[in-house]
Design a protein around this ligand. Structure first.
Ligand code: 5BU
Length: 252
């Protein structure tokens, strides 16, 4: 017999971290488990995308270092205003992968000052438990397994990575293409309704597949939305697909 998953309501009751609570509350309020990945390279594209998809997403995932005209006042200030207007969180997919001291500098300094605006960030756990101590004021999504072909996140790596993630109080979730324990939230990229890959190693699954087989909590969709002719409509499609796949995964 297949194990049933916990609902967002059940997870909210058990959530310890303020960011986990905010994500789950937002998911329930907007009936969405969709995170749009804004892998665009100008401030204008970023803000236009946020404006279009904002009502349908629970978080906007950024790679802030690919914005060619980044300027804190022109990029982050209006982005934060849109996040407040449409009630979504900001997830910076920085994938920190260094010693704690360097990660702390990368998190707080430079031009991006991630600590000032991101609600949560992604981090590798390859630097060990203490490397995650610096992310005190945000939630951390730990990279457990990657979606790309040939990734080195083998079974034994994932097992060790999970030990770090599950024991660290700053960690709210993990990125993985495999099921993980329910104590932390599962974020799954590599989701696309039209394609199975991108010719550069990315491997895609459908929302239905990831909710059914992984019991994921949140799907991350990049090109399926921002490359679409109509990103607003695409965000509605992925939102609806994700939500019904979640509801289906509750029955069993
Ligand atoms: P796509 O356009 O839907 O393929 O974008 C996927 C996004 O998720 C992109 O920003 C990646 O950097 C990110 N990602 C991923 O695709 N796979 C992973 O294992 C991790 C992150 Br970790």
């Amino acid at each position: 017999e297949e194990k049933t998953r916990s609902s967002y309501e059940q997870k909210l009751q058990n959530a310890q971290h303020s960011v986990s609570k905010k994500l789950l509350e937002t998911a329930l309020a907007k009936q969405s488990n969709l995170i749009a990945s804004a892998d665009v390279t100008t401030t204008q594209e970023l803000l236009e995308l946020a404006e279009k998809v904002g009502p349908n997403i629970i978080a906007l995932k950024t790679h802030i270092d690919i914005i060619s005209d980044f300027d804190y006042e022109k990029t982050i200030v209006p982005l934060k205003a849109l996040a407040t207007k449409y009630q979504f969180l900001l997830m910076e997919d920085r994938k920190f992968a260094d010693i704690g001291n360097t990660q702390e500098l990368q998190f707080t300094s430079g031009v991006f000052k991630i600590t000032d605006w991101a609600d949560f960030v992604t981090s590798q756990v390859i630097g060990g438990f203490e490397s995650l101590d610096c992310f005190k004021n945000v939630g951390v999504v730990a990279i457990i397994g990657m979606s790309s072909k040939g990734t080195l996140t083998t079974n034994s790596y994932r097992e060790e990575a999970l030990k770090v993630a599950l024991s660290h109080p700053n960690v709210i979730g993990g990125v993985s293409q495999n099921p993980i324990p329910e104590e932390i939230l599962l974020f799954t990229p590599g989701v696309n309704l039209a394609d199975s890959g991108d010719g550069k190693g990315q491997q895609y699954n459908t929302p239905e597949h990831v909710f059914k087989t992984l019991h994921t909590d949140f799907i991350i969709v990049g090109r399926g939305i921002y490359k679409s002719d109509n990103p607003e409509q695409a965000s509605i499609t992925y939102k609806n697909e994700g939500w019904s796949a979640y509801l289906n995964s509750l029955e069993k």
